[in-house]
Write a protein that binds this ligand. Sequence first.
Ligand code: ZN
Length: 162
Amino acid sequence: MLVEDVNYCPRCGTRLEEKERAGKVRPVCPDCDWIFFPDPKVAVASIVIQAGKVLLVQRAHQPFRGKWMLPAGFVDAGEDPEDAALREVFEETNLNVRLQELWMVLSGQEYDKGAHILIVYKAAILGGELSAGDDAVQAGFFNLDALPPLAFSSTKEILSTL
Ligand SMILES: [Zn+2]
């Protein structure tokens, strides 16, 4: 479900009303007929393996602060998801990587402001000195049989495919 509270028309400021449009009741502007179509939020995550260990980052923010996840983040509007994946790995771990393959695509929102669609790549390290940054307080490599507490069930699902 994509539910958001939108009360006013972003185009003309009129209070929206619920009307049937395109097969559903949707918020519609009675003045200029703008229709609110919620878009899915898209995120990318990268699987980076080195010497049999997987790269994880520890979340600096809620929800799930202190839990670990793959380097990941939202795709900006207009941004290529591949560029977003490279950017997020660099921002959170200071490592430069190259993408090797599209690994999987998951759907389903895990928390209120979370992504609806998660694109997962496999990536290999090109260079850089590992250090946590941006939304991550720590970054490190972990054996798959000795993982730290994970933030998302999607992370468990992804790691179970390795
Ligand atoms: Zn309007």
